[in-house]
Structures are given as C-alpha cells and as structure tokens.
Design a protein around this ligand. Sequence first.
Ligand code: NAD
Length: 790
Amino acid sequence: MNILERYHAMEYGPAPEARNEADAWLAGRDFSKALFIDGAWRAASGGKTFETSEPSSGKLLAKVSDAGAADIDAAVAAATKALPKWSASSGYQRAKVLYAIGRAMQRHQRLFAVLETIDNGKPIRESRDIDVPLAIRHFIHHAGWAQALDKDFPGHKGVGVVGQIIPWNFPLLMLAWKIAPALAAGCTVVLKPAEFTPLTAILFAEICERAGVPKGVVNIVQGGPEAGGAIVNHSGIQKIAFTGSSEVGKIIRKATAGSGKKLSLELGGKSAFIVFEDADLDSAVEGLVDGIWFNQGQVCCAGSRLLVQEGIAEALIAKVKTRMSRLRVGSPLDKNTDIGPLVDATQLDRVKGLVAEGARQGAVCWQPDAELPSSGYYHLPTLATGVSPANILAQEEVFGPVLATMTFRNTEEAIELANNTRYGLAASVWSENVNLALHVAPQLKAGVVWVNGTNMFDAACGFGGYRESGFGREGGREGMFEYLAAKLPLGPVIKQATISAQPVEQADGAAIDRTAKLFIGGKQVRPDGNYSLAVATAKGKLAGEVGFGNRKDIRDAVSAARACKAWPEATAYNRSQVLYYLAENLSGRAGEFTARLTELTGATPKAAQEEVDQSIERLFLYAGLADKFEGRVHQPPARAVTLALHEPVGVVGIVAPDNAPLLGLISLIAPALAMGNTVVAVPSERYPLLATDLYQVIEYSDVPAGAINIVTGRTAELAGVLAKHDDVDGLWVFADAETCAKAEAWSIGNLKRIWSGNGRSLDWASDETAGDALLRRAVEVKNVWVPYGD
Ligand code: NAD
C-alpha cells in the first residue's frame, strides 16, 4: 500500500471525550430538589418528578422535580420580591453580575459541554465549540447593555417579572438568549427549560449562586407543559418570552390575549438554502452540512429546503451525496462525530413518519450506506429529491436530518419558492456575485439571511422571524427592546361604541347631499353590502352617512394593499415627498377640517384648529423621518458584517380611536406609511367623516393606489376581520378592551404582529406618541450576514 492508498483507507479511531466529571456531577445531586426558587433548592410541592434520559443509549440520567402551579406561584413571588432592588440597581452593578456569570461559566465550560451532550445527544464538537462559548458570549455582551441602558434606551425601563420558556434543542444557549438581556434590562426571571433537557440549567443555577446573583432574580423551574401553562397564565408576570414550536406559540398567543403581557415568540421554520449557478459549490456543500446536519437538523433555522438552480442541480446533488457518505454517525461524546442521536424516541418516530409520508407523496429519499449504533435514537442523514412544493417535506418543519431539494430556473422563481412557506425565520443565499445575493436577500421573507454562509449567530445581532416563525428579536440592540417598556402617555379608556341604528335627527339647510363611500385601491367605492351608517354631530343632528363596510370590503382593501408594489418599492425619499405633499394638501383645507371637528366632536374652534395643525405637523415629521429611521451594521466577532435592515412589516391594519379622531388616525397611518407599509385603516366609528374627508386629500397627493385604504363601519367587527385575515402582517388596534383582546386571540392564523392599546387610547397630542416609538413598530429588522475575506 503506497502512502496515497494508506491515506485514503485511513479510518478515524475513536476519540471519546471523558465524562467522569459529568458523571460525578450527576451522582452528587438530589434532582428531586431541582427547583431553584428564591436562591434555594426545592422539591416540587406536589412531590412529582419526571425522567430525563440519555439519547445515545436511552439510559435514565435523573428524575427531576416537576413543578406545578404552586411552585410557579412561589417562583413568581420570589421574582416579584427581588424586582424593586434589582431594577433600581445601577447598570454597573448589574453589569458586574452578568460578567461574573459569564466568567463562572467559562471556568466550567467543559462540564457544561459534556452535560449538554449527554442530556441532548448533540455532538460534543458542537456543544464545546458553539453552544457553550456562544452562551458565555451572551452574558458578557449583555453586561455592556446593562451599563448602556440609560444612554441608549432613554425613557425605557425593564418590563418587570419575565416568564421564559425554552425548547430542548439548544438548552443552555436558549437559556442564555433569554436570561442575559432580561437581567441587563433590570428584569427578574422565572425560566422553564424543556423537560427533555433539564441538566445544564441546573448547573447554570449553581453558577448563579456562585456568581452573586441576588436571590430571586433568577428562578429556574423544571417541568413540562403544565408548568409552562402556569407561567403563561400567571397574573404576576409582565412578559412572556417563548421559544418552541409554532403550535405552542399559538396557544400562548391566545392565552395571553387581552392580558397586557408583552410577548415575544421565537418559533419554527422551514428555511431555504438557495444555491445559484455561480456559487462555489464545494463551499455550498460545506454550508449545507452546517445548515441541515448541525444538531441532527434539530435547529429552528435549519436550511431544510435546498433550492438549487437547474443547471448545477445534478453536479451539486452528486457532491452532496458524496459528502453525506462521509458524515460520521455515532456517539455524541466522540470528538469525531458529525451526527448524534435525536433527542428522544418520540422525535425519532416523528422524523421517520414524515420521511415515509414525504416518500409516499412522491419524494425520492436517499440515505448513505452507513451503520447506525445499536442503541439510541439515531436517524441517518437523508436527502429527498423530486420534492414538489406541496410535499410534506417541503412544507412541514421536520426537525431532523432531512433535506428536501427543489430546483429553480431564475432568480424570481428562487425567491418565489423560498417564500412559499408559512414560516419566515432564516435563509441562505449562495452566489459568488454579491450584487445578486444582496438583490435577493431583501426579497426573502425571513428575519435572518446568510450570504454564502449559514447558521451564523452572535449576541450582538438580532435573531427572529416573520409570520409563523413568530415575532420579536433576540440578541443585540433589537433584542434589548423585548425586555424594555417605554410608557407612552395614555389617553382615555375606550368604550365599546354604542351608536344606535336609529336615524339621527335630520340637519336643517339645503347643502348638497354627499355620501361618503369607502376608499379602496385608490378609488372611492360603494360598500359591498350597500348599507350606510348615519353619523351624528355633537348636537345629535345628522352630519352625513358613511359606508357600512363589511368582511368583503376588508378583503378587497387587503388585496389592494397587497397588490400595491409602488409604495413599498418606492425610495424612502419618494415616500417622504408624498407625505410632505399630503401635509401640504391637508393644510390647504385646514379650515374645512377644523369646522368638521368642531361640528362632530363639539371641540372649540381653537382646540379643533390645534388638532388639525398638529396633524399637519405630524405628517411633516414622518415625511422627514421616512429616510432617517435606518438600520445598523453589527460587527460580530467573525469576518462578517451583519446588516440590520429596516423593512416594512407589510400590510398593516390600523384601527383608530375616537379621541382626537383626525390626529389619532394620522399619528398611526403616517409612521406606517413612512416605513413603506401599505395600510388598511378603520377610522373612528363615531367620527368617520374626518377620514372620509381625507379621500380627496389623498387623491391629490400622489399616493399610489392601494397604499392607503379606508373602510368605515363597526370597529369591533372590522377589527375582527383584520385580525383573522392571513394576508395582514401587522395590526394596530386602539379600541375597547374586548375588541383588543379578541384581535390578539384571533391573530394566531398567521401570527401577525399586534400592537394593542388594551382598551386605552394614547395622548396623541404628546410628542412622546410620535417618532421612534411608532416607527419601531412599523418595521421588521432583518439581519443579513455578509462574510468577507478570501
Ligand atoms: P415545544 O413547543 O413542544 O416546547 C417548547 C417549550 O414549551 C418546552 O419547554 C415545553 O415544556 C413548553 N410547553 C409545551 N407546551 C406548553 C404549553 N401548552 N404552555 C406553555 N409551555 C408549553 O417545542 P420543542 O419540541 O421543545 O422545540 C422544538 C421547536 O422549537 C421547534 O419548532 C423549533 O423550531 C423551535 N425553536 C425555535 C427557535 C427560534 O429561535 N425561533 C429556537 C429553537 C427552537
């Protein structure tokens, strides 16, 4: 055998990571007292435990306390007690604690990695080189945010007690993503790890004891859905941060509706991995290994859909198969292992079931010829070709080592295929042409896009999704906002409108009768039902009639808003000019609007004029800010820049309040428009004529058809239709408490972003209800990673 033959025949010998320290740690604990509450270890009050076992062997590791409602009560009480002192402590004090946690974790880095691998089954290479270092980086990075809080987030304070629920795929890393920003913001936490992977959180609680975290600031409760449900529904909690499946995310969205709890949801995905024909194929193949076989594909942002340009499909698939044949499946504690076991038998069954169904639906599923270990929940890496876009493997999150492949002909088709999913978490774009990659990235409906790379994460960069992948961002400046609240000045409590169906008293005079219609797609249109609603003056006389919009009208308005490409694609400077023009035209008719306000609301002419002036000023403000509320560039510790781009949310439904009926409407519509959203607005039910009077102003101001749509009618009914509509991406509701709660509960179809006043209006005249606070709600932050270097 010559040297070359010997080299090719060379096998990897076993390289096991020692586990004796981890076994000693396991042997030295009483896991029946594993609830960490108020700085002390407790058993579950009901005495229950659950089992956690080792995925590579199925062997029992520990029986861990299973928290019930009473334990969650105790944890929330401890967090509430600790809150005043912790939130009042200086940024420097909190920074020292976060730094101490990071340093203490560094000292036990190897124990964390081995325990994580034993409990979860992920290869030690991953837990040692990625999960644990990144978790540590989160604590150290957020120490800085604690100190920068006052300067960087003026007017913001921590939200209070936070309930955090995490999944099993990155147990320690998800814990770090949750706890680090919360502590930096001055919040106290009750965190529940997933029931498959409780161990590293227990070690983390021990670290908190040693790092001087004050009692009650971090509470870690173990358990399953019952404990999770008790956290979600607890009235002493001000914010829920959840990472997990879209299914449970929807349950949580519904459960928290109307509670006023702040909510962030990091859910599932079906991310596209797009390879253009000019890509470096060998790099793309290595990217795929990271994209879909990292952590056995149990990754929310796994690149589970390979979209490859037709001309290179055959060559790429051949390379992928060769590489797959070399993936080493085996003990996760072996340092050479690429693929370990899945987390549990139930997960293995689920993945097998999905692969079988995908094959039944026509996919060709290929696996390398490799032997699986005799015990443990292993699944071979699997490549599915001939996958139709409707195949279950193209649509469902498999959460396993399964790659579904499809081809595309041109860039438009690639984008269309990539966006053909109800999720919107991440995407990878592979091309040697950076112009093409940066042309495609903004068009992908995904919160994170990696150019010529995949699965890049950092504490300084936001991570999170659109649509059924949830809302909110974790990491960096974007992530800090999720744990902060700015108190906007409140307006009156909004009561359900009680406009009677009875005709109001006819007005005197001989003015020409004017019937206000709806404004949809740039035209004044009759309502579908052909009914009208009478509008009364402040004195109870008939001021006019408006269209009684219904479900069909909202649908038409949403279609018009979706079809309007001219507005989101316009430059920010263009949008700015149109908003200035709106202001100019409104100012030309200021007298008329002042008179209308006085007539309808009974405001004094002076107050009415002030509202009109402020409305004009607000349009001016957002015209000016349209090209200034920009994204940022993050600089992660890698050879990459991360562009945090501000993108419009999409089609935004706006349900405007009665107080300040002109200023309130404009204060909401203008920031949404400034950021490139198209709008379907439901104006005040009592004073809709102020909105219908705007039609002509809009028509004269070069607003593209469909950018603003206005549907008058019953607030509660129309808000409900907007909430349920799956083509509405965001909804801002200023209505009575019941309507707000229903809108939140009904938004779960596509998990649209909701901003609700919870039955309270805002003080629209205040400067604090204008500017960044609103613009932030009008954008999604997309993080585009662009590596550099040879
Ligand atoms: P899961 O939704 O079943 O469970 C997640 C957590 O929620 C667990 O702690 C569980 O005990 C708890 N839970 C379950 N039912 C609950 C209920 N009714 N009320 C409150 N809590 C409840 O998800 P999983 O199987 O543990 O994790 C896999 C999912 O997580 C995948 O869909 C994956 O995409 C997603 N994930 C998303 C991200 C992200 O950042 N977007 C990151 C990691 C994982």
